[in-house]
Structure formats: structure tokens, C-alpha cells
Design a protein around this ligand. Structure first.
Ligand code: XUL
Ligand code: CO
Length: 446
């Protein structure tokens, strides 16, 4: 096999925070124990196939800028797919990343017919299994590309034409089965074009039911084939459609409850999607955790001044520490992990830039893990929180929650307030003190 990333001779190693080697980890030390798990086990990081290997670096105004020879349209598509796969696994191995994620069409050309599409995917999945076996890299999740082809322009499951729904269902069946064969730990459904452009031509209620039916069929098929991974919805508020139905974690939870799927499906929260929906990333994690649907994360970031999905590599330890804190507080990942759903900038044209980008992202996650773990194990924030809510554990608080004593009704509470002249005094929320505390942890952690 000829090397594609030939300027990176050795697998990336941990050298510690003092290292100036740009091709070394300063924080990510895979086997270091953090509490009861290693860093690798906590973070379960993955490279995404699409932005890293299947995107030429084009944008709406300009052509591809990256050196990705397998994307040459003159090549036989199966030959190109194999070259791409070789380069991808060389990258995974040299980066020492434990997982990757893919869309069916990232790894396999769709072909001229559905039969061809299916045959290509089955052939290439088998070859991918060989690469996985050889390198020890696992599959965090698979997903089907239900938004690129013109047939999906008005949605896949939410399309006005049931034949498009059927075609999408067939594609998901293939991809779910391949994910299962490859030992994938999750299966993701990002609602690519499940949304609308204008209400003038859209029947919202009908489209909700179509989406509910589709997801129910996915869950039924998961059980039929014995797939034990998690099915994940990926919330996003807009882009490509003006309004996407899986707007944010809370919207997804309401949708899952409506169709009786809240115990079957969780969410894959993406940082940049969270910020596009007007929330902090940390908020999205906390909502999902509170609803019991926290599944996995697409780790990237947006740009404060741009209102679209820039998918940049994460580099804010503060942002990630707060989110990892919420994840650890909820018990950590089970089947989920951190997938780098991230794009290089178009000017990062050296092959090696893909390494620098991922090393920075992995170090950001590792350092954030150390901060979050230390904050959680010291219990400082938790003791503030429990002190703040202590009134709800006993006496009046528990009577209100249980509907007993004076907590039975509005009328009984009215009686209590009138009889005792209840006049609770404001208590400081101590926000700035807590923010300073987080910064102290970021400064001190090693
Ligand atoms: C799109 C996005 C996708 C999903 C997988 O914004 O995040 O890459 O993660 O389809
Ligand atoms: Co994503």
C-alpha cells in the first residue's frame, strides 16, 4: 500500500503539555486513567469520513482546493472508493483514533440503479471490515445520505411522494444492516431535508406523522436484525431547509414522546447545531440528559458572527469543559462518543493539515475531560447545586412534589401562605463566583 500521508511517518504520540512538537498530543494520553475509565474510554473519539475524505474543499462560490486524488470524476468509482478507504484507514491508524463514522455514500458509490447501489455497499463494507480488523479501528456510527440526490429535495421520510419514503427506507435498511455487520455502536438519522421551505405547499401535521412512521420502522428493523446499538436523531434547527423538524433536543424529545419512541431513540448533539438553534452546547447536553436521551456528540464549533454551520474543529477548552461536565454528571457515554463532524478551512491544503486539526480537537477534548472530571470529583459545583435546591428534598418541597399536606393544591398553598404570611427572601445565585471557579480548574489541571 502506498502511503498517502507520507510526511507523517510515525503514529501520533503523547508528549505532554510542555511539548512543542506540533505532531504530538499534549493532553490526549489514551491510556491515562481519569476516574474509573481511561481517556480513550471516556471520550470514544471518531473521525468523520465525509468532511475528511469525501469533501474536496469546495463552497458555494468556489471549487475544491484539497488534494484528494480519489475524488477525480474520471476514476472508476469503485477504484476511487478503495483508494479513499486506504487513505482513510492510514489516517485513522496514524492518528490513533479509536473510531470513525460514515454515510453510505461516503464509502460506496450509489451507482446507476438501486441494485447497483446495494451491491457496491455490500462489497465495500466487506473490504472495510478487513481494514477495521487490520487496524483495530471501530465504527462509532453509520448513517444514510438521504439529502444529496435530487429525489430527496423535498425530504426523505417527509416527502409528499410515498415512493421517495420507500426509497429512503430501502437505503436505511441497507445502511443499518451494514452498520450492524461492522459492529457499529450507534446508527444516526440526521434529518437532512426533513423540514420545509414554505408553508404554502407544506402539510406539517402529515409530515410529522410520516417522520414518526419512518422512525418506528427503523426501530422495528433494528430489533428484527438484533442490532443492539443505539438509534440517534441529530437535532439541527435549519440548513439545508429553512425550518428543520428536529430543531433541538427538547423538540426531538417531544417528537419521540408523541410517537412512543422516547425509550428507543436518543440524540446525537452537534455543537454547531446547538448554537444555531440559539442554545449553548452545554444546554443541549443538559436537556438531553434530563430527558434521558443523551446519546452521542458531534464535536465541532461555529463562528460567533456567522449564522451557518461552519463545522470548525473544537478549540475552546472552556466550552467543552462545561459540556463534558454535564456528560460526566449524567454518567458518561455508553454507546456514544465524540465524533469530529469537522471541516478544515479551504486554505488548509497540506495533507498534513488534517492531522494538525484532529490533534488540536483531541487535545481540546482531553483537557476538557480533565477539567470536568476534577470539578465533578471535587464536588464543588454539585454542593452549590444541592444547597440551592435543598428545600425540595424535605418539608414543603417534597409535599408539593408528592401532592400531600399543604402541597395538595393551589388552594391549600393559598391557605398556607395566608396563614403563615410566607415571605421568602432572595438568595444569591453566585454566578460570577462559580465562573471564576471554572476558570481556576482550567488553569490548574494537569
Ligand atoms: C449536517 C451534519 C451531518 C450529520 C450526519 O449538518 O451534521 O454531517 O452529522 O449526516
Ligand atoms: Co453532525
Amino acid at each position: 500500500m502506498s502511503e498517502f500521508f507520507s510526511t507523517v511517518r510515525e503514529p501520533i504520540a503523547y508528549e505532554g503539555p510542555e511539548s512543542d512538537n506540533p505532531l504530538a498530543f499534549r493532553w490526549y494520553d489514551a491510556d491515562r486513567m481519569v476516574g474509573d475509565r481511561t481517556m480513550a474510554e471516556h471520550l470514544r473519539m471518531a473521525v468523520c469520513y465525509w468532511h475528511s475524505f469525501n469533501w474536496p474543499g469546495n463552497d458555494v462560490f468556489g471549487e475544491g482546493t484539497f488534494d484528494r486524488p480519489w475524488l477525480d470524476p474520471a476514476l472508476d468509482p469503485m477504484v476511487a472508493a478503495r483508494a479513499k478507504m486506504e487513505a482513510a484507514f492510514e489516517f485513522f491508524e496514524k492518528l490513533r483514533i479509536p473510531y470513525f463514522c460514515f454515510h453510505d455514500h461516503d464509502v460506496s458509490p450509489p451507482g446507476a440503479s438501486f441494485a447497483q447501489e446495494t451491491a457496491n455497499l455490500m462489497t465495500l463494507a466487506e473490504e472495510m471490515a478487513g481494514h477495521m480488523e487490520r487496524t483495530g479501528v471501530g465504527l462509532l456510527w453509520g448513517t444514510a445520505r438521504l439529502f444529496g440526490h435530487p429525489r430527496f429535495m423535498a425530504g426523505a421520510a417527509t416527502n409528499p411522494d410515498p415512493a421517495v419514503f420507500a426509497r429512503a427506507a430501502a437505503q436505511v435498511k441497507n445502511c443499518l444492516e451494514v452498520t450492524h455487520q461492522l459492529g457499529g455502536e450507534n446508527y444516526v438519522l440526521w434529518g437532512g431535508r426533513e423540514g420545509y421551505e414554505t408553508l404554502l405547499n407544506t402539510d406539517l401535521g402529515r409530515e410529522f406523522d410520516q417522520l414518526g412512521r419512518f422512525l418506528t420502522m427503523v426501530v422495528e428493523h433494528k430489533h428484527a436484525i438484533g442490532f443492539t446499538g443505539t438509534i440517534l436523531l441529530e437535532p439541527k434547527p435549519q440548513e439545508p431547509t429553512k425550518h428543520q423538524y428536529d430543531y433541538d433536543s427538547q423538540t426531538c424529545y417531544a417528537f419521540l414522546q408523541r410517537y412512543g419512541l422516547e425509550n428507543e431513540v436518543k440524540v446525537n448533539i452537534e455543537v454547531n447545531h446547538a448554537t444555531l438553534s440559539g442554545h449553548d452546547f452545554q444546554h443541549e447536553i443538559a436537556v438531553a440528559a434530563a430527558c434521558g436521551i443523551l446519546g452521542s456528540v458531534d464535536a465541532n464549533r461555529g463562528d460567533d458572527r456567522l449564522g451557518w454551520d461552519t463545522d470548525q474543529f473544537p478549540n475552546s477548552v472552556e466550552q467543552m469543559s462545561l459540556a463534558v461536565y454535564e456528560i460526566l454528571r449524567a454518567g458518561g457515554f455508553s454507546t456514544g462518543g465524540f465524533n469530529f463532524d469537522t471541516k478544515l478551512r479551504r486554505m488548509s491544503t497540506r495533507r498534513e493539515d488534517l492531522f494538525h486539526a484532529h490533534i488540536g480537537g483531541m487535545d481540546t477534548m482531553a483537557r476538557s475531560l480533565l477539567v470536568a472530571h476534577q470539578m465533578l470529583s471535587d464536588g464543588v459545583l454539585e454542593s452549590y447545586r444541592s444547597q440551592r435546591y435543598q428545600g425540595w428534598g424535605t418539608g414543603l418541597g417534597s409535599e408539593i412534589l408528592d401532592g400531600t399536606g399543604p402541597g395538595v393544591s393551589l388552594a391549600s398553598l393559598h391557605e398556607l401562605v395566608a396563614a403563615e404570611e410566607l415571605d421568602p427572601q432572595p438568595v444569591s445565585g453566585r454566578q460570577e463566583e462559580l465562573e471564576n471557579l471554572v476558570n481556576r480548574y482550567i488553569d490548574r489541571v494537569r
